[in-house]
Design a protein around this ligand. Sequence first.
Ligand SMILES: [Zn+2]
Length: 297
Amino acid sequence: MGNTHTPSHPGPPQTKPRLRVTDRDLEVFRFVEDYQVLSTSQFRKLLFPSLSRTRKRLSALSDAGLIRRFKRAVMFGTGSAEDLWLPTKKGIQLANSYHTRAKSNGVGSYRRGSYSELFLDHTLARNQFRVDLEVAVRQTSGATSMKWRQGSEISVSVYGVIGNPPRLDRVTLVPDGLMDLQSSGSGTSFAVEIDRGTCTLGRLCKKLEFYRRFYEQITEKLQCNHNSLRILVVTTNCKRCQSVRRKLQSSIPASGGVDDLIWFTCLDCMSRDAGGVLSQEWITVHGKRKQLVGDLK
Ligand SMILES: [Zn+2]
């Protein structure tokens, strides 16, 4: 690795030095496939000791066609431009040719078009949450582990009476992610809903109501930890968070344990440092304070 001096013997002058693929590179390919798109700073949090080394290595991998660089004018949440990275077929094939590590988190084979620019902000917001959790769990001592599921794997269809006038219909729900958090033998599953403020308040509330009304069916179909499911809602800002909670207060009773199901926070209130994510404070519809790990102890 590093700089090699120019060979004294004659050779093809334009040939690039061969890239030596490291274990960490294989992790890069797996992460970028699993997350669909990652920013340079997200990669830094997951795998690298510094931002400059992250940039350098990702550029080298991109030059070799093993990942793809995607430039965007403004980076979500930070207001600054940052490179984004996408998987390539070549990189994934290379990762799959090594069997040094068991596949985790449902990493599959390369799917062309699995990434959509239309949902870029949403995907990045979801990934930010997931990256922070992944890092926080790694830093936590003890038997804490996290498994993340997303996409078609957690698509749930249930039959129920809905609408006005009421009719029996099938409703399909796909959470943005499903996190199974395990600590000292007990575990809870958390469905994650990232609200980008793009749908109406009514629609969002309807979706959250749906979780509550079909709770048993949903937890069973999602194979939740100990049949225990909590819904985590991350809204764009405090105002939106308050509006949703206020609207739900009329339909969700404060007593009887129902209020424990749905927890809220917003992007402004979300802990920025990865270690803080597990102790992040969430709030229920009626104002109870909750913590991810507090529920596990
Ligand atoms: Zn807030």
